[in-house]
Ligand binder design. Structure first.
Ligand SMILES: Cc1cc2nc3c(=O)[nH]c(=O)nc-3n(C[C@H](O)[C@H](O)[C@H](O)COP(=O)(O)OP(=O)(O)OC[C@H]3O[C@@H](n4cnc5c(N)ncnc54)[C@H](O)[C@@H]3O)c2cc1C
Length: 352
């Protein structure tokens, strides 16, 4: 295991901010990850990163050991796909499509690793990763051993997994097996994607075309990111879509500026969050007075021009400046609307 000291974590996050890892190891398959975990004392603080596309890491860095997992094997056996934690999620989607398997095609080009995506329970256009998981191999830090969690041991909800709870906080994902289908599993009903399909004359009942539709829809929404790609420095949507009272749903939806009907927005909210009481956090921010393109921290932090849920780190941004903008948004939304916006991104390390 190759360990380096004082490694800048800004190089390993999509925000491009973050201080030094006290100790750091980059591993590129599940075997090396397991070995690295075996060598890390249970008493040492441990942080596991994939592509850092959903993390805000403190300017003070992270104490103890940071293991960054990038790369690994993907194997397909009938309708089962098994992938190492560090595999790039979209490579798993591509493998599924190449083998004619349905169930994750709508998550095409969600950036990140298989491990990070499982931790987050990524969701896009009506599909979520958790719903197709067959088993997960983990390293249990409490028992210092490898374990296998089966479908029935796992429960999933909107952007949540057991790994985000006290029960799973010492479980590191090593490998994930998905059970997909040789037949179509989900309808594509998200209006903006349907508009793309009709404009480009793509067939939403073809796997390959669905992927093209989703990638184009994500491109238009500014939702593409690659580690070496030069896109804006964001973590995607910073906040989870909150649930609100029945009365508040209409009032919040009324702040939409895209010209889409209230009925369509309700449908899209349901697709994104699985509940009619869930509203877009972007609409909540608009309702609280925030604007697309709004600047914070003397020009170092910005809300994306198209989607204000995407907080962008501009040149010179610090993690603390992003954190301060996040707090300002949370406090304003609570004061003005009584709605608590919870971060979807993980905030790691010490902040003021
Ligand atoms: C432009 C953009 C668009 C996005 N669009 C979407 C979207 O449409 N839908 C969506 O759901 N998300 C989206 N995201 C968020 C992000 O893509 C996902 O959350 C992604 O799965 C994170 O993977 P990662 O490897 O980068 O995780 P990281 O950011 O490295 O880690 C995220 C969390 O997972 C934990 N973790 C990572 N690996 C492991 C492991 N092996 N074992 C245990 N814990 C682990 C980390 O400790 C951390 O707490 C977007 C992000 C960006 C930048």
């Amino acid at each position: 295991m190759n360990i380096q000291d004082n490694v800048p974590l800004s190089d390993y996050t999509s925000f491009g901010v973050g201080g030094l890892a006290e100790h750091f190891s980059l591993v590129n398959n599940a075997e090396d990850l397991t070995e690295a975990l075996k060598c890390t004392l249970p008493s040492t603080p441990l942080w596991v990163l994939g592509y850092g596309s959903n993390c805000l890491i403190s300017d003070h860095g992270l104490p103890g050991m940071t293991i960054c997992v990038r790369g690994g094997d993907i194997t397909v056996d009938r309708t089962f796909i098994t992938a190492d934690a560090g595999a790039w999620w979209d490579d798993v989607v591509k493998a599924a499509i190449e083998h004619g398997l349905w169930g994750i095609e709508l998550t095409s080009e969600v950036p990140g690793s298989v491990g990070g995506s499982t931790f987050v329970n990524i969701a896009a256009y009506g599909q979520s990763l958790g719903s197709v998981v067959e088993w997960i191999e983990i390293w249990d830090r409490n028992a210092s051993q490898v374990k296998k969690l089966h479908r029935n041991d796992l429960s999933w909800s909107y952007k949540s997994s057991v790994f985000q709870t006290d029960k799973g906080k010492n479980w590191i994902i090593l490998r994930v097996c998905l059970c997909l289908s040789s037949k179509i599993t989900d309808e594509l009903t998200y209006q903006k994607a349907l508009d793309v399909a009709s404009e480009l004359r793509l067939n939403i009942d073809s796997l390959e075309d669905r992927r093209k539709v989703i990638i184009e829809a994500r491109k238009r929404a500014g939702s593409l990111w690659h580690p070496d790609g030069g896109e804006a420095h964001t973590v995607g949507s910073f906040f989870r879509n909150p649930t609100v009272s029945k009365e508040q749903v209409d009032a919040i939806i009324a702040f939409d500026e895209s010209g889409v009907s209230a009925e369509q927005i309700r449908k899209m909210n349901q697709i994104h969050g699985g509940s009619e009481a869930r509203v877009s956090a972007a609409h909540v921010m608009l309702a609280a007075g925030f604007k697309r393109g709004q600047i914070f921290a003397d020009g170092r932090v910005k809300l994306n021009d198209k989607n204000l849920l995407k907080i962008e780190a501009l040149p010179g941004a610090t993690a603390q400046a992003i954190y301060d903008a996040v707090r300002e948004i949370q406090e304003t939304c609570y004061e003005k609307l009584g709605i608590r916006l919870e971060p979807e991104a993980r905030i790691l390390g010490a902040f003021k």
